[in-house]
Ligand binder design. Structure first.
Ligand code: NAP
Length: 298
């Protein structure tokens, strides 16, 4: 069997179009233009690329982008003061502080300072708690993207599936597992201390790999016909492309897995593009909920 590809780029483009449509209606009917504030501290090259993309896509969807670039030696108190100012600004609906933050900053304290109603990254304990309770909050973007892609591949309903989530990080594995439970899957979480990870994976109708280990999941670990969502983004040497060249691979050995799975996300072009699209959607959700407006379908 050759698995069908779950096209994250195309799904993300559709979600962005839905966001742009929702924003156009909010502007026309409510005079509301949602605003997303992005805060970047320091000059980490990867973070700069992410922030530039977030700003561009926010504007392309018709929303207001508010950008704050602070020097790498910014003091904790100054960053917190900016977060409080953005919390109080009625024109700001979403606040995203780009991670990782420099060593002198206490990341947990910054996340705690963000108004949960504007926490479009879904990292505040109040939003994390809402997922545990199965209530609607702001859902973290990459986990949300994983669930949307799984539903895309499986006709919209995940009820009753045996799902295995490989990885239990706060950013990805844990929220994905809870979201899948809320979608009525029977969920197993596996991690570095799990016994026989390979056998656990082989039970999965739906396998989400988020371990950060290049191509760890082999084709033989996959149940025939399973749906595979590969969250991993790993850069490995690619001498075949020339000296010093690299390429991106996921946590799943794609070529092998594609022969066994029913559907699979590629890397790149799978979960990655969904993350920013979900951030934009969360900004619209936050803008509507804060004003007690109905949240549009996107
Ligand atoms: P992380 O914080 O390093 O967590 C990795 C998880 O994998 C941990 O729970 C760890 O278990 C588990 N693990 C590590 N080695 C394992 C092994 N040999 N067997 C079983 N479990 C193992 O990473 P993360 O932030 O969740 O990210 C995971 C991957 O997703 C990375 O490649 C990252 O780049 C990628 N990512 C992609 C996006 C996107 O937009 N597509 C967003 C975020 C992350 P323990 O808890 O026991 O240590």
């Amino acid at each position: 069997m050759t698995a069908s590809l779950i096209d994250g780029k195309a799904r993300a483009a559709r979600l962005r179009a839905g966001v742009a449509d929702a924003v156009a209606k909010l502007r026309k009917n409510e005079g509301l233009r949602p605003g997303l504030a992005v805060v970047l501290v320091g000059e980490d090259p990867a973070s700069q690329v992410y922030v530039t993309n977030k700003v561009r896509q926010t504007e392309e969807c018709g929303m207001r982008s508010i950008e704050h670039r602070l020097p790498a030696d910014t003091r904790q108190a100054d960053l917190l003061a900016l977060v409080h100012k953005l919390n109080a600004d009625q024109g700001v609906d979403g606040i995203l502080v780009q991670m990782p933050l420099p060593a002198q900053i206490d990341t947990d304290e910054v996340v705690l300072a963000i108004d949960p109603a504007k926490d479009v990254d879904g990292l505040h304990p109040q939003n994390a708690g809402r997922i545990v309770l199965g209530r609607s909050g702001l859902v973290p973007c990459t986990p949300q993207g994983c669930v949307i892609l799984a539903k895309e591949a499986l006709g919209g309903d995940l009820t009753g599936l045996d799902a295995v989530v490989l990885g239990r990080s706060i950013l990805v594995g844990k929220p994905v597992a809870l979201l899948l439970q809320n979608e009525n899957c029977t969920v197993t979480m596996a991690h570095s201390r799990s016994r026989d990870v390979e056998a656990l994976c082989r039970r999965a109708d739906l396998l989400v790999a988020a371990v950060g280990r290049p191509e760890m999941v082999r084709g033989s670990w996959i149940k025939p016909g399973a749906t595979v969502i590969d969250v991993g983004i790993n850069r490995i040497p690619a001498p075949e492309r020339g000296e010093g060249k690299t390429r991106l691979v996921g946590d799943v050995a794609f070529a092998e897995a594609r022969e066994i799975a029913g559907a699979i996300t590629p890397v790149p072009g799978g979960v990655g593009p969904m993350t920013i699209a979900c951030l934009l959607a969360n900004t619209v959700v936050a803008a509507c909920r804060r004003r007690k407006l109905p949240v549009p379908q996107m």
